[in-house]
Design a protein around this ligand. Sequence first.
Ligand code: NAP
Length: 248
Amino acid sequence: MTRVLVLAGTTEATALAGALAARAVDVVSSLAGVTTRPAGRAGRVRRGGFGGVEGLCTYLRDEHIDALVDATHPFAAQMPFHAAAAAATVGVPVLRLLRPPWTAGPGDRWHRVPSLEAAAAALAELGARRVFLAVGGQRASAFGRCVGVTFVARAIEPLGDALPGATVVLDRGPFDTEAERALLSAHDIDTVVAKNAGGLATEAKLHAARALGLTVVLVDRPPQPAVPAVPDVPAALAWLVSRGLLHQ
Ligand code: NAP
């Protein structure tokens, strides 16, 4: 039986685990352990870091993994490089499952920046006063030094003391455009800050911002390792078929 390790944390990872389990693949989903209530999924689940590249190498060998699919979030900056390095060391085929980024359309008022820190700096330049933060709770502290800005931050888990004074909206996607529009209007938002995660589940905020004529400060993705990459689950399954690891 083929054994596939899926590095998870995305809707694609959950869908891939389901598709592989349905095809009688022994799939192990690996969660970083960041969220306390992760989405349910088919197959086996392990939680927590591996202990760097070395730890992942040990795991791949000990668990006799046949293929590694890195379906971590587009903004996971470290894990994709660890996956690429460990797979090369152990000789396990590796694939990056990476959804395409969003691209601006007519009517979008996007201000693209390379990092959350640059996004925080841009808010002053843009004269933002009431900002909707959709960057995840863990990195909200990057906006802690912004002066004269009121934040409404959406996150899956409470922010703790990451951004004192912020109004926190606890929710998890998928979101729809009408509800996003109502949320932005209710909080009198003038600027949306988001990461260019791509995908359907969270793009509604961009449609809502366009409809309301709001500025969006959009953070570009971090660099990716040079490994084969596919944009969706069907292409990941096709890759496994092409490697002889899955029957058509
Ligand atoms: P990261 O910077 O790439 O990873 C930091 C460390 O967390 C890694 O070195 C690894 O520890 C551990 N790790 C990350 N993903 C893991 C996984 N799937 N299984 C086991 N260990 C994992 O990633 P991050 O930005 O902290 O994100 C952590 C998780 O949240 C990822 O699974 C990602 O898909 C998910 N997520 C991230 C974002 C985001 O915006 N960054 C958004 C939504 C979901 P060791 O070195 O000890 O192995």
